[in-house]
Design a protein around this ligand. Structure first.
Ligand SMILES: *Cc1c(COP(=O)(O)O)cnc(C)c1O
Length: 457
């Protein structure tokens, strides 16, 4: 008897879940939502975050937005912009922390992915999958120097994990040098390289053998190599971002990366460039390595690699290094890495970057953007410390966190989304689509100017 009641309750419950699922899918299917739909979506989203995702996100949203705007729910996107569920449009200068290099839902990337989806979505994991081979060849062609073999991942942190494991396997050494303010991801291996204490402390001890030296300080780097050698802890690899992103858009001092390369060569250590954020045209070249004329042994990619449509990442390494994985290609694996949808997205993305000269466009538009922002900030030296950048990777540093928050809030209110950085909250970041129009740049600059004038010191 009691079993029957349970079953009845269960089927009732399943019926409710089914109804809810159908409602959600019908909204996903709709081209336009009504005001009533929008109100339902907003309520369900806020409730869902509070009860089932993490209420901390709502608290965070309240600190970065004015009035009731914390409940802004994103719904659609196109080009350099996205819209919330109520139809308010924002110019996206956060760009998912730099994932929309070819714009939101670039039609060529969407087409490649949907074409592939119609034929085969994921791979068998056993037969040879063609797009992985073709993408690897394309990467060998476009990456600097003799980088040749690729391993595919689903995210930035996974790319860094792969790079660290490959470096260990190749070198048979276990010491890594990373830099202060570095961000390499948050899984346990990559977090060992990441610098921010707040994110690391609860998870200590991390991978043994990591040492952090101040980014840009070549003397400290040299001394650390010397010390490591003298105590018998030879360095497997140096890992760094050629331009630090989350750290607050920190450019390397002149010749720094070349000198790091020389030290690595001197001590037989590998150089890993984490180009998860700087890669795919962001800084005005396809890869930031080209800006500084330095070839790493391993390059890490993700973020914009999937064209803002698919999650996708990769490492590309020199043959000499990668061949450590030839005898057993299953030494390091991931089920979804290099899947056909991700590869289709990456191939189309690289096609768009090349055909539309987007790296060069990032250089030219970035220079204009930087100049305009600097002009807009003139006379506000009491608030703004520095505006710096390379290509369309721009940082605005304020004297206090508070000013940065107020500027972001004011800009959000006026339809421009900019990003704080995870490591350094005094700096806001501007990383729009590389396709952003001059008109949109002017709008962002004017908004910044307006808001800066209103913000109290
Ligand atoms: C974002 C980022 C990562 C981590 O990428 P996820 O996809 O979030 O894991 C690693 N390195 C750099 C330089 C990044 O900017």
């Amino acid at each position: 008897m009691s079993i029957d009641i349970n079953q009845e309750l269960k089927s009732k419950h399943n019926q409710n879940v089914s109804e809810y699922i159908n409602k959600v899918l019908s909204l996903v299917e709709k081209e336009q939502v009504t005001a009533e739909d929008a109100a339902w979506i907003t309520k369900e989203t806020v409730d869902g975050f509070r009860e089932h995702v993490n209420p901390g996100f709502l608290a965070y949203r309240k600190t970065v937005t004015k009035d009731g705007q914390f409940a802004a729910v994103e719904w659609s996107d196109n080009g350099s912009c996205f819209k919330d569920v109520n139809g308010k449009e924002y110019i996206d200068c956060l760009g998912g922390f730099g994932i929309y290099n070819v714009g939101h839902r670039n039609p060529k990337v969407v087409k490649a992915v949907t074409d592939q989806l119609k034929r085969q979505a994921l791979h068998s994991q056993d037969l040879l999958d063609p797009l992985r081979a073709m993408l690897a060849k394309i990467l060998a062609d476009i990456t600097p120097g003799d980088l040749k073999y690729a391993f595919f991942t689903n995210s930035g942190t996974e790319s860094v994990e792969a790079a660290l494991k490959l470096a260990k396997m190749y070198s048979e050494r276990t010491t890594f040098i990373s830099t202060t303010r570095a961000f390499h991801g948050k899984s346990l291996g990559s977090l060992s390289g990441t610098a921010k204490g707040m994110f690391r402390k609860p998870f200590l001890p991390l991978i043994p053998g990591f040492r952090h030296v101040p980014f840009g300080d070549i003397d400290m780097m040299k001394k650390t190599f010397e010390v490591c050698a003298s105590v018998g802890e030879d360095v497997a690899a140096v890992i760094l971002e050629p331009i630090q992103g989350e750290g607050g858009i920190i450019l390397p001092p002149e010749n720094y990366l070349k000198q790091v390369r020389e030290l690595c060569d001197q001590y037989g250590s590998l150089l890993i460039f984490d180009e998860v954020q700087t890669g795919m045209g962001r800084t005005g070249k396809m890869f930031a390595a080209e800006l500084y004329d330095v070839v790493p042994d391993i390059i890490c990619l993700a973020k914009a690699f999937g064209g803002g449509v698919m999650p996708a990442g990769a490492i590309v390494a020199r043959e000499e290094v990668f061949k450590s994985w030839f005898p057993n290609p299953f030494m390091h694996t991931t089920t979804f890495g290099g899947n056909p949808l991700a590869c289709a997205a990456a191939i189309a993305t690289i096609g768009v970057l090349i055909e539309e000269n987007l790296p060069e466009r990032a250089a030219v538009v970035g220079e204009y953007f930087l100049k305009q922002l600097k002009e807009a900030a003139a006379g506000h030296e009491d608030k703004v410390v520095e505006i710096r950048g390379q290509g369309l990777m721009i940082g605005i540093e304020f004297h206090q966190d508070e000013i940065g928050y107020e500027v972001s809030k004011g800009m959000f209110d006026r339809g421009v989304l900019v990003a704080g950085t995870l490591i350094n909250s005094k700096t806001i970041r501007i990383e729009p689509a590389l396709t952003i129009s001059y008109e949109e740049v002017d709008k962002v600059v004017n908004t910044f100017k307006q808001v800066l004038e209103l913000v109290q010191e």
